[in-house]
Design a protein around this ligand. Structure first.
Ligand code: CA
Length: 469
């Protein structure tokens, strides 16, 4: 009677063979979609009128819209260093926008820091970094040595969009900071030939890596360089905006629309592979819009990229995780880009796997109404070279300039038009003291930045020289 025995065997063994990848017993995947220099007012969910963003809005409608979502710095590099480590970048001296310096092991993220990918690798995740890196071009700082299993993209702070415009064979054909925008793309450590418009290529790669990794918990870090300058778009997207007369705004709209299509492809892929229920999808910009450069619009917010006014640091920010985050939620308390790692660390069954203390927190208990209090009582910003800093506590926002502080009540004055510093001297003092206490635990910058480009080149005459040349 061998057959019934086989049946018995199957009955006993099958439960043990149950896939470990069902949504109930596997930690969530993370798809982190970071866009570059997108204005606060330039998504449908923040009221944009002239650029439809149906897919970004679909993402936001399925989860939470953060109306008071901040990044930790108003330009690309330091903002990314904060986001990817869950820690204020000032903790480890990443307080400037790094230069492209492929021979310099100190020009980027210090190796003692852990990226989201490194933290999640310890608990079994596979990770891919796609698009803009900007956390160091030296071989010791690239994505594959910072916890990622795969990389497709470029190392510097921006890139040309049309393949015919980026023809430099590698980083040693670069001879100036912005020439790095013209290098061929990397797949892992190999330069490749690309044929598609860059934004479309990055969307394609995200869709493919989701498929490749679907058997594991995974993290896709999709860092579009759009809509960062140079302003370049294909007719496919430009033709959607005949009604926009301003040429810069029209090209910007086309670039945002390309990103929006990509977000749609990614959401569709998650649904097609039945991964939707167990994937946290996050969308945000790395800083506010540089309205004068790329035609972006920060809406009611004062200032732009680079500023500590709200227009520099408050960004379009939404996330969804069906079943965990209620759909249609609008959350008005302060949250930070630093909270993305905090949130993922909070979802791991064995406890927080990060070795360094995080400044970000797990947002889930707040979004589900399970936690009292606020994710953050205060948030801080520091611009070293400009000798400028800021703190927000509740609705109070203090910005300290070299010629003195300015105080605004964001609850009444989102446009930061009414400086209350004369009327509220005691409050100003308290906020300054809180900022100083926070700053006491920070490090001085560990590298020269974009503002010191020519000084750096003078000090490092072999900046772009191939080693062994
Ligand atoms: Ca940026």
């Amino acid at each position: 009677m061998r057959f019934p025995l086989l049946l018995l065997f199957l009955v006993l063994i099958l439960p043990a063979c149950k896939s470990p990848q069902t949504s109930t017993d596997r930690p969530p995947n993370l798809v982190l979609i970071l866009v570059d220099d997108l204005g606060y007012g330039d998504v449908g969910f923040n009221g944009c009128q002239d650029i439809p963003t149906p897919h970004i809005d679909r993402l936001a409608a399925a989860g939470v819209i953060f109306t008071n979502g901040y990044v930790s710095y108003p330009v690309c590099g330091p903002s990314r260093a904060g986001l990817i480590t869950g820690r204020y970048q000032d903790r480890f001296g990443f307080s400037r926008n790094p230069l492209f310096a492929p021979n310099d092991p100190d020009m980027g993220l210090p190796v003692a820091e852990e990226t989201i990918a490194e933290v999640l690798h310890k608990v079994g995740y596979k990770s891919a970094a796609l698009g803009k890196w900007h956390l160091g071009a030296h071989e010791s700082q690239r994505p594959l040595v910072q916890g990622f299993d795969d990389f497709f993209g470029f190392l510097t702070g921006g890139h040309r969009y049309f393949p015919k415009d980026y023809t430099l064979a590698d980083e040693y054909e670069v001879n100036s900071q912005y020439a790095a925008y013209r290098t061929k793309l990397l797949r892992n450590e190999t330069r490749i030939e690309e044929t598609e418009y860059l934004t479309d290529a990055l969307s394609r790669e995200a869709v493919n890596y989701i498929e490749k990794y679907q058997g594991n918990p995974f993290f896709i870090y999709l860092a579009y360089n759009a809509p960062h300058a140079p302003m370049e778009a294909t007719d496919k997207y430009l033709d959607r905006f005949p009604h926009i007369e301003n040429k810069r705004r029209r090209t910007y709209a086309a670039m945002v629309s390309a990103v929006d299509d990509g977000v749609g492809r990614i959401l569709d892929q998650l649904e097609a592979l039945h991964l939707e229920e167990n994937t946290l999808v996050v969308f945000l910009s790395d800083n506010g819009g540089p309205e004068h450069v790329n035609g972006s619009d920060n809406g009611a917010l004062r200032g732009r990229k680079g500023d500590l006014f709200e227009g520099g640091i408050r960004v379009p920010y939404a996330m969804k995780w069906p079943g965990e985050i209620p759909a249609g939620l609008r959350y008005d308390e302060m949250v930070s880009s630093l909270d993305i790692l905090g949130t993922m660390a909070g979802q791991q069954a064995g406890g927080n796997p990060a070795k360094n203390p995080l400044d970000g927190v797990d947002l889930l208990p707040f979004l589900k109404g399970a936690a009292d209090g606020l994710p953050h009582n205060q948030l801080f910003w520091k611009k070293v070279d400009q000798q400028r800093h800021a703190i927000r506590r509740g609705t109070d926002k203090l910005i300290s300039f070299q010629d003195g502080p300015q105080l605004y009540d964001l609850g009444e004055d989102i446009g930061e038009a009414n400086n209350l510093v004369e009327q509220q001297a005691a409050k100003v003092k308290g906020l300054e003291e809180a900022w100083e206490a926070w700053n006491a635990n920070n490090q001085d910058p560990v590298f020269l930045g974009l503002l010191q480009d020519s000084l750096y080149s003078t000090l490092h005459p072999n900046r772009f020289t191939r080693p062994n040349d």
